[in-house]
Design a protein around this ligand. Structure first.
Ligand code: BG6
Length: 504
């Protein structure tokens, strides 16, 4: 066990009231799981935290023949069950009168006329000034009818008008490079890019946002952040849960489209990008794009060496999963970034379901020291290269182990660690990713949302891998036992490079 050096708790930062603009938040797919589990609890917590203005309302839309009362009752249950903070009467009493519901089929023009009338009514009742934030919590095939319906009904204002219209789109943004391009073209024909908010909830996580602060608000790390000092980087997103009730969805995505193409590449881009000119949305997103464009393109002959896929035993028996499914639930990849800073430094990515432990982390493995000055061979071997670990979840924190002299008459070298825990340093539980992202969309800040060119660049990179595995002659995902770290081949894969997985 490394010796632990305590980091004193930091004083809390002064509270800043971030308040959204007046708006009606319109959610398509209002009776679905996402609305109940994530969106309403996030809005409720924003309300409870004083981040919403008086001029605010929520309009749910779905096929189910609900009225305002059923909608409010279901949302209350959702908040009660999933909210980060307990349901409190004062906040709920403020929130509930702002909920409204419209029943309708997304393919029928009449739905949009009813929505238009309801929106005008909400503007009159709550002073929301014609501002709209549409959230499309629907499967990808319903995006087109909704956007077309909104446009035909005149419910989308021009980008620079007195009132704003913004649309949040849920991932996955397409299922391939071609479908992502087609979706982006459709979205682009209805909305300006400044009105389009492609959500990747990983970017709303406190610890993911902190990657930028860690790198660019400290001068000690940036000089080391390159091929000269970094031996390799690992990014792991391990889950203990299986696909649960989402078998149908997962069959169409597998881990590559569900996690790697979006969450892992977003994290990789934040870790590897050049310092942006400013913290503004387009500067940050521009630098992230450069990383995605520099990813070395996988070729047919490199995929078998650089990618291992697995499937947990029992996946094929999950509800709505084919008994012959070849969807991977685990992937390990070796990725290179062909630019000046990172040339030759492998980035190992790993993601999977039903693994041994829930952990998401990034570790930067620094180069070993060139020469050990202390003692005999076995002591030298104990001088481990430094590893900077950003623990994204759970037990959020930052860890920097280093070697230290064991007090005594000999030069005995032992590992020690500087360990920062968010919980110990800042106390308060961080807001949920969706809270931050919904608030940003209401304020018009797109920094934490994916831009069209970046989405296409990440699909362009992953598509050859998807195509390689799509060929039936190619190896199928390797079975692994739930509760393990994936197939043994994933360990052999990194050991070939004389390295070991860090997250265990
Ligand atoms: C979602 C994926 O985007 O992220 C899920 O669709 C996955 O399959 C989830 O479980 C993981 O998110 P988190 O925030 O629980 O790490």
């Amino acid at each position: 066990m490394p010796t632990r050096i305590a980091v004193p708790p930091m004083p809390p930062a002064p509270a800043r009231a971030a308040i959204s603009l007046p708006v009606v938040f319109v959610v398509f797919g209002a009776t679905g799981d996402l609305t109940r589990r994530k969106l309403m609890p996030a809005l409720y917590n924003l309300a409870a935290g004083g981040h919403l203005p008086e001029e605010f309302a929520v309009l749910g839309c779905a096929r189910r023949g609900w009225g305002k009362t059923e909608f409010a009752a279901c949302m209350r249950e959702g908040v009660n069950e999933f909210s980060r903070t307990p349901l409190a009467a004062t906040a709920w009493n403020w929130f509930e009168p702002r909920l409204e519901f419209v029943t309708g089929d997304f393919n029928e023009a009449a739905t949009y006329s009813r929505l238009g009338a309801a929106l005008e009514e909400l503007d009159r009742a709550h002073g929301t000034a014609g501002n709209r934030l549409f959230y499309l919590a629907v499967p990808p095939d319903e995006v087109e009818p909704i956007l077309i319906g909104l446009r035909a009904a005149g419910l989308i204002s021009p980008p620079n008008g007195p009132a704003f219209t913004r649309v949040i789109l849920e991932k996955p943004f397409g299922l391939s490079l071609d479908t992502a391009r087609a979706l982006n073209a459709l979205v682009g024909s209805v909305l300006d890019e400044s009105q389009t908010f492609r959500i990747d909830h990983y970017l709303g996580k406190e610890t993911v946002q902190n990657i930028m602060v860690f790198r660019f608000a400290n001068s000690i790390f940036e000089p080391l952040w390159n091929r000269k000092y970094v031996d390799h980087v690992q990014i792991t997103a391990a889950e203990t849960v299986g696909v649960g009730s989402r078998g149908k969805f997962y069959e169409s995505t597998g881990v590559m489209r569900d996690i790697v193409q979006n969450h892992l590449l977003e994290v990789l881009a934040l870790c590897a990008m050049e310092p942006p000119n400013s913290g503004l949305a387009d500067d940050v997103r521009g630098e992230k794009l450069q990383v995605l464009k520099a990813l070395r393109r996988p070729w047919a002959d490199t995929v078998p060496n650089d990618v291992v896929v697995g499937q947990y035993a029992g996946y094929r028996a999950e509800p709505n999963v084919s008994p012959a499914s070849v969807a991977p639930t685990f992937a390990a990849l070796r990725v290179y970034i062909d630019n000046w800073r990172w040339q030759g430094v492998p980035f190992y990515l790993r993601a999977g379901k039903r693994l041994a432990k829930r952990v998401t982390e990034v570790s930067f493995h620094m180069q070993p020291i060139p020469l050990s000055l202390f003692g005999s061979g076995d002591i030298c071997e104990r001088v481990e290269p430094n590893v900077i670990t950003l623990r994204l979840q759970p037990e959020e924190g930052i860890q920097l182990p280093f070697s230290a002299k064991l007090p005594g008459h000999d030069f005995t070298v032992v590992p020690a660690a500087m360990d920062m825990s968010y919980a110990e340093a800042f106390g308060a539980e961080p807001p949920e990713a969706y809270e931050r992202l919904l608030l940003d969309a209401m304020r018009g800040d797109a920094t934490l949302f994916s831009r069209r060119d970046a989405v296409e660049a990440s699909w362009a990179w992953i598509q050859p891998i998807l195509d390689w595995f799509a060929d039936e002659a190619r190896p199928r995902p390797i079975p692994y036992e739930p509760g393990t770290w994936g197939p043994a081949e994933a360990d052999a894969f990194i050991r070939r490079d004389r390295r070991e997985w860090h997250a265990r």
